[in-house]
Design a protein around this ligand. Structure first.
Ligand code: GRF
Length: 216
């Protein structure tokens, strides 16, 4: 069997998306493995999730650095030392500079809890409900210098209910996040993902025929 793609996962908190990747990688047939989990915030739950399954963890606290660049140099060094081939941002709450993004261009992906390009930034569920859109969802995309921007690899659409609160909607979107993150990583690790301009082409992709209308 060919070598597995080496993942570095960057987190800042709870780490439920990290957990979805850990769970996927527990399957021997999954084509990627997590070689490093780095948090910029000490003592977060995500670090315990990784430690529990003996994945090397480290804390690189942005507060210990004089600015973004030295912080990112430390991140870059840790990722490189661990042999990381694909960086997975999973609830990593620091804005990355153009310099760091270019060093990992096409080798860094992010999950965002909306159907991009709608609702970039924070408080996505509240804003989607407020805007009256009938669907929200989540997106996995390659990272580009502009925040929550970049070629889209996979999305899941989640119908918004009339009585949704930001929390109830967030809960249903999170269930889908945990499906599409491992899916996107798998497709990349299988070498099926290529970028053409601002589009991602997935070879042998299966696109569903069904559509969803909301309200039905
Ligand atoms: C997720 O909703 C993700 O989409 C967003 O931050 C949240 C992180 O959650 N970028 P978790 O730490 O993975 O549980």
């Amino acid at each position: 069997m060919s070598a597995k793609l080496k993942l570095g996962v960057l987190i800042s908190g709870r780490g439920s998306n990290l957990q979805s990747l850990i769970d996927a990688t527990q399957d021997d047939s999954f084509p990627a493995e997590i070689v490093s989990v780095i948090s910029n915030v000490p003592d977060v739950a995500g670090l315990d999730r990784a430690a529990k399954v003996d994945i090397p963890t480290s804390v690189i606290n942005h507060k210990d650095f004089s600015g973004r660049e030295p912080f990112e140099d430390a991140l870059h060094e840790a990722l490189t030392e661990a042999g990381v081939e694909l960086v997975c941002l999973a609830g990593f709450m620091r804005i990355l500079t153009d310099g760091f993004v270019s060093r990992w261009l096409d080798k860094m992906i992010n999950i965002h809890p909306s159907l991009l390009p709608s609702f970039k930034g924070l408080h996505t569920h509240e804003r989607a409900i407020e805007a009256g859109v009938r669907f929200s969802g989540c997106t996995i995309h390659f990272v580009r210098p502009e925040m929550d921007d970049g070629p889209i690899i996979a999305q899941a659409a989640v119908p918004i209910r009339q009585d949704d609160s930001p929390d109830t909607l967030a809960g249903r979107v999170l269930v889908e996040e945990h499906k599409i993150y491992p899916l996107a990583v798998k497709m990349i690790a299988e070498g099926r993902v290529s970028i053409t301009g601002s589009r991602v082409i997935v070879s042998n992709a299966v696109n569903p025929d069904s559509t969803t209308i909301n309200p039905a």
